[in-house]
Design a protein around this ligand. Sequence first.
Ligand SMILES: Nc1ncnc2c1ncn2[C@@H]1O[C@H](COP(=O)(O)OP(=O)(O)OP(=O)(O)O)[C@@H](O)[C@H]1O
Length: 226
Amino acid sequence: MIEFIDVKKIYKNDKIALSNINLKIDKGEFVFLIGSSGAGKSTFMKLLLKEEEVTSGKLIIDGVDITKLPRRKVPKLRRSMGIVFQDFRLLQNKNVYDNVAFAMEITGHSQKEIRRKVPSVLSLVGLSDKAKSYPSELSGGEQQRVSIARAIVNNPSLLIADEPTGNLDPQTAWEIMELLKDINKRGTTVIMATHAKDVVDKLKKRVIALEKGVIVRDEERGTYDE
Ligand SMILES: Nc1ncnc2c1ncn2[C@@H]1O[C@H](COP(=O)(O)OP(=O)(O)OP(=O)(O)O)[C@@H](O)[C@H]1O
């Protein structure tokens, strides 16, 4: 469970990126984070990842206030989260299998565990036949599937997706949304920042709308516009 209590984020240049953020996200929820450019969506996600520090307030994840978490415990926090970006961010010199395997290697898994887990995750995202392909040989949708496989291979409890369909054509975007829905059904909490009105309107999940750093709307089964 995630809880923001009076969270404020002011960047070093005095820019107030988020203020008065109070919300709870239960385990297993699917949440869309919407808002125009500069509204604070990326900042919201960076605070969860502890890539940026909260200026004031508390941010509690599974009972721990991460604003007080010592540096040495940050890697463990990040291991409990998977992250997917709009631009995929795959390692171009590694094939599909190795891109996913690498995420397990850097978190200290054995080769035996890797050989067991990577094929099952590639199968889950529908890429078993592309294991030996390099990112440059894949379509955008396939590259996003690899990045999702990499994000979930360590069984994170939270998946953070920053505009995951932003670079994809509408049909491919829907396929990626189906995959994210599947992953959510298996118990992973999903927080997805998006500008994709059609996706938000169709899925009818919780919608948290930010405007100039404050929450202006928080609706169960919400839509993109009010
Ligand atoms: N490192 C930084 N230093 C100073 N100001 C920043 C920094 N990062 C973001 N900001 C500012 O904080 C505000 C919120 O930015 P943020 O990136 O969270 O918005 P966003 O909703 O994710 O936008 P987009 O949809 O364009 O990604 C903006 O005014 C931005 O200029």
